[in-house]
Design a protein around this ligand. Sequence first.
Ligand code: PEP
Ligand code: MN
Length: 359
Amino acid sequence: MDTIKLKKIDIDKKEIKRPIIIAGPCSAETEKQTLETAHELAAKGIQIFRAGLWKPRTRPGSFEGVKNEGLPWLKKVKEETGMLIGTEVATALHVYQALKYGIDMIWIGARTTANPFAVQEIADALEGVDIPVLVKNPVNPDLDLWIGAIERIHRAGIKKVAAIHRGFSTYNKIKYRNEPQWQIPIELKRRIPDIQVITDPSHISGKRTLIREVSQQAMDLVFDGLMIETHIDPDNAWSDASQQIKPDSLKEMLDSLVIRSSNGKDLQMNLDMMRQEIDQLDQELWDVLEKRMKLSKNIGMFKKENNLTILQPKRYNEIMNQRVEVGVSKGFSNEFSEKLFKNIHEESIRHQKYIMNSE
Ligand code: PEP
Ligand code: MN
């Protein structure tokens, strides 16, 4: 891997105090909505404004952004409020357009990070430019793919590269829109110690009521900033309505966060703590399985004494159906739940067979 030495994101050559806050609507919709949101945010002390112009949408036909039309609106935001302005780019053309209109920082979206050709095209378009580039994690939980995208941008000569953690797509039923998998950005910081990681609680949670808890967790894990979708009229937003909050609520939420100071060792300590917890849980899993196996052996003795068969199909079907149902209700897949209990049951039968056939 390349050795990646990075500079911090700054404003007028001054490093921004942690947490770096980036706020603004998911999408610029109209000039009025963009400017009103920006003015309210600036009045609350926000220094970096975000708004998507080119929106990568899962299905065609939904709102795909105002595209180039919104560039002069962002320029106006900068002129009228003094905030830095940032937007998402997905192609070389987006980069050229953004630079032409004085965009101060750009970010690469999660779907784009997952595509090395697209990231390389953006990197090539950035050759000779000196603006911060924020790389969102790819939609899939692949740390190397994320690091690969960061390396491509860094190789183009960009020194202010930061990462945005927006969570990972999952088929599991979870309370968030995207699974945070905190260990992945923690490991990213371990592999690239210089990198600033900005958490995106809006896209992780998908719900405005959950933004605070994800933000607090990000601060407790000592990440560097937060990117939060903020809209003057969230309920009527043209994209991601359920996860956007008003500038007022943003300010209230930020004021309520507990920001503890940190030193460089904290992230490694947090990772170690989470790993220790996993080790402990794995030990408990074995202890529970051992207890279950002892009980199952007792049942084996009972069956032997009373001349019953080992496999009792009715009981087996009941166990499988009920256990899979519980597993699925806890967010595990059907396949995993079935495999897990099939294995446990087979191991019980093996032990019981041994008991039945012994003297
Ligand atoms: C966004 O920031 O509005 C966005 C499209 O995010 P992501 O790439 O994380 O889905
Ligand atoms: Mn969005």
